[in-house]
Ligand binder design. Sequence first.
Ligand SMILES: [Zn+2]
Length: 170
Amino acid sequence: MNKHWRWVLTPLYPLLALNVLVALAYAKAWCKARSWQWRSGVLTFVATRAMIGNPGGQGWSWVVGYASDEDRDSDDLRVHENVHVWQELMFALLGLVAGVIAIAAGYAWLGVLAMFLGGPLFTLCYGLGFVAGFFRTGEFWLAYRANPFEVHAYQVQDEYLNGGRPDAWK
Ligand SMILES: [Zn+2]
């Protein structure tokens, strides 16, 4: 997820509407969000109450919460969270393709619905990745780190820290 890709992928943002609604409700009701800011095409906030799991950053579609201003100013943490934004955009793209195919096949309403299901499908897959990791490792932290979506995000974050991704989306 070269930073230039975000300009190509921005038109997919509306397809994550279902996740965005959940994100905004979560930010307001649970996190008591403050200091909303756009950062490189991502809507960010700072939580005044610990987010679920107490992480430094947590992405919900293209809405990303940070535990503090320092966390949000951390380039490598933003690189990590924006990998998750990119992952969700790929699922939005998947929903779009499925929707177009369904519409072309004559299932118009099903197609429109499918277009908006990429985001929820990501949430489901992320959750399944965590559950699978938990059954394998029996431990929350290890399950989190074994989740394929996290393996990907940490890999990019590490490469960025080692200078291998100077043009990362941050
Ligand atoms: Zn992560």
